[in-house]
Design a protein around this ligand. Structure first.
Ligand code: SAM
Length: 216
């Protein structure tokens, strides 16, 4: 797929919109300017990739709205070299943004067809990310601790096991609520046994399905 002037122009307008909506982190905006979102769209719908909207990617799942991706990434405060876990690989777009920010990306998806397609797409596009197939509601203890964990599906409750997979100083960003609307929750691990929780507005995600999520 091509990334010509047409798409770059649309992407620039999208980034301006994200700035107007309150995204301040220049590195996040630069990463979103650099990664062509239409590469992560179903081919026939590439022209819709620069609307600030979620979009279906098959299997009843979605690529998140750009504002949501920017907001979650800003809350994570990613630095180059940070080991980050994403739960809910989906299209791979969020993983590509994290990779562009220089993170060591680990991403887990429960639906096999999405996992297969996205693993090869990320590889073909040159965004290094370790992709796993499985139930991310349990985290990825074998690769912990993480400087950041971002959950890109809506949880019914905070999965306590995820907090324990944070490094001291690490940040967990997770939407928590019911099946329809969630609060964006940030958990910061301040010291070994001290966590701080804050809430950052309402969002709408497809459900986190799994042992520590909803039943399918
Ligand atoms: N980050 C994605 C992107 O950039 O396209 C957005 C993904 S979509 C909003 C949420 C994804 O979470 C879906 O692909 C869904 O299958 C996945 N998911 C839901 N529950 C999961 C679980 N327990 N473990 C791993 N993935 C899960």
């Amino acid at each position: 797929m091509e990334d010509g002037y047409k798409y770059k122009g649309r992407r620039k307008r999208l980034i301006d919109l994200l700035r107007e909506k309150g995204i301040r982190d220049q590195k996040v905006l630069e990463a979103m300017m650099a990664v062509p979102r239409h590469f992560f769209f179903p081919r026939d719908f590439a022209d819709e990739a620069y609307e600030d909207k979620a979009f279906p990617i098959g299997e009843g799942q979605t690529i998140s709205q750009p504002y949501t991706v920017a907001f979650q990434t800003e809350l994570l405060q990613v630095k180059p070299g940070d080991r980050i876990l994403e739960i809910g690989t989906g299209s791979g777009y969020q993983a590509a943004i994290l990779s562009r920010l220089g993170a060591e990306v680990h991403t887990i998806e429960r639906i096999e067809s999405l996992f297969r397609k996205t693993t090869s797409l990320l590889q073909d596009l040159g965004y290094p990310a370790a992709c796993y197939l499985g139930d991310g509601s349990k985290g990825l203890p074998a690769k912990s601790p993480f400087k950041g964990i971002v959950v890109t599906a809506g949880a019914g409750a905070l999965a306590e096991g995820l907090k324990e997979q944070l490094a001291v100083g690490g940040r967990l960003v997770i939407p928590v609520g019911d099946r329809h609307i969630q609060k964006m929750v940030l958990i910061e691990r301040l010291v070994e046994n001290n966590y701080q929780r804050s809430e950052h507005g309402d969002f709408r995600f497809v459900p986190l399905v799994g042992k520590h999520g909803w039943s399918s």
